[in-house]
Design a protein around this ligand. Structure first.
Ligand code: C2E
Ligand code: MG
Ligand code: MG
Ligand code: MG
Length: 281
């Protein structure tokens, strides 16, 4: 754990210069997009229940079509939004848009929304979520919020307060990208999550590496003992699907089961989507 941590910090330092440049370039563009929310949209990826192949939920994924550069990955612009504080307004838009979109779904699928550590450090975050639920009428018990364990890096009092408030409101909390971080086990011990999402890198490696396979089995086992369902993310092949099924994962998500899709295309799909047949094969 120590070695991984050190290496990660070194990489961050080396990228610092390049990061600052792209920061100033993209910052004003993102500010512009946020003024009118032009070029920003949400897409939704199905989360499939392995026991019956049904669509249990959908994860909201932010997309930004830059006027010049075209489609940008959230991995490229979310860090910029975090650094500039724009993530607070952007994240609020994401939540409102996602809840409004999910109201048009014909099934009762849950909605999972990714939230940045920066948003959770805002005193007002939990009440903002409450206001959005009220404005959109989206049922609180169908909302999940996904955070990575980096939310605990700062050991911030407001973060803990927000997470506790969200949980008390009845919102599900998902620990995303589990296993990829610094202190995964202590995160599980220090806070109660409703679900764990196993990082896609383990799913990818599991078929080639007995160690990665053992890691997935261990995560599922710990989660089960702690009373939490698991989701395997980034499942791309039938072999990977059969592997995570054999491990006892509860849910699966990935290009094999369904690509992220625009809101308009989900609103007109029936509960018996083609996605579902893939999962039970
Ligand atoms: P994440 O929350 O772990 O989301 C899963 C990522 O895996 C998404 O990438 C998704 O498109 C991708 N993915 C899904 N299935 C597969 C697969 O089978 N194979 C592979 N290789 N990838 C797959 P995306 O949309 O590029 O998002 C990347 C990250 O950006 C997300 O990781 C999340 O941390 C962040 N992000 C996305 N949308 C938002 C948002 O609205 N707010 C915040 N704060 N972060 C977001
Ligand atoms: Mg996520
Ligand atoms: Mg993830
Ligand atoms: Mg991930």
């Amino acid at each position: 754990v120590k070695r991984g941590g050190k290496r990660a910090f070194a990489v961050f330092d080396a990228n610092e210069h390049a990061f600052d440049e792209s920061l100033s370039l993209l910052r004003s563009d993102l500010e512009g997009a946020l003024q009118s929310f032009s070029g920003l949209r949400m897409e939704y990826q199905s989360i499939i229940a392995l026991h019956d192949g049904s669509i249990s939920g959908r994860e909201a994924l932010l997309r930004w079509k830059h006027p010049v550069r075209g489609e940008l990955s959230p991995a490229a612009f979310i860090p910029i939004a975090e650094r500039t504080g724009l993530i607070v307004a952007l994240g609020e838009w994401v939540l409102r848009q996602s809840c409004a979109d999910a109201m048009t779904w014909r099934d009762a699928a849950t909605l999972s929304v990714n939230v940045s550590p920066v948003q959770l450090q805002e005193d007002s975050f939990a009440s903002t979520v409450a206001a959005i639920l009220q404005q959109t009428n989206f049922p609180v018990q169908r909302l999940y919020i996904e955070v990575t364990e980096t939310v605990f890096l700062a050991d911030d009092v407001r973060t803990r307060r927000n997470l506790t408030k969200l949980r008390d409101m009845g919102i599900g909390l998902v620990l995303d990208d589990f296993g990829a971080g610094f202190s995964t086990m202590s995160t599980l011990v220090r806070f109660s999550f409703d679900r764990i999402k196993i990082d896609g890198s383990f799913v990818k490696e599991a078929l080639h590496s007995e160690k990665a396979a053992a890691a997935v089995r261990a995560i599922v086992s710990v989660a089960r003992d702690m009373g939490m369902p698991t989701t395997a993310e980034a499942v791309e092949t039938h072999q990977q699907l059969e592997f995570v099924r054999a491990c006892g994962c509860t849910y699966v998500q990935g290009f094999l089961l369904g690509l992220p899709a625009r809101a308009e295309s989900i609103a007109c799909i029936d509960a018996a989507a083609p996605d579902a047949t893939v999962a039970t094969r």
